[in-house]
Design a protein around this ligand. Sequence first.
Ligand SMILES: [Zn+2]
Length: 93
Amino acid sequence: MEFCPKCGGLLVPVKEKETVYLVCRKCGHKRKAKKKTSYKVVTTVTSDKKTRTGVIEEEVKISEERLAEERELLREYYEIFLETMAEQETESE
Ligand SMILES: [Zn+2]
């Protein structure tokens, strides 16, 4: 979560076209968001404005879990890949 440099309010990620902005809900301060995986969440969230804050936190948590899962899968895949490479090397000798 990021906070407004002007008033310290919570900056809410809002997606406009392909760009994600962080918008202050208190004073309306707006700036471009840095590219972070957690902000991808915004797309699913903006449709429901009432429960927005709650949903964001939940979705971010989920996406972090997914990232961890993906990283784990990637590591497994990579290990298999390396094993296959090693096997191929020994076979060719
Ligand atoms: Zn503000």
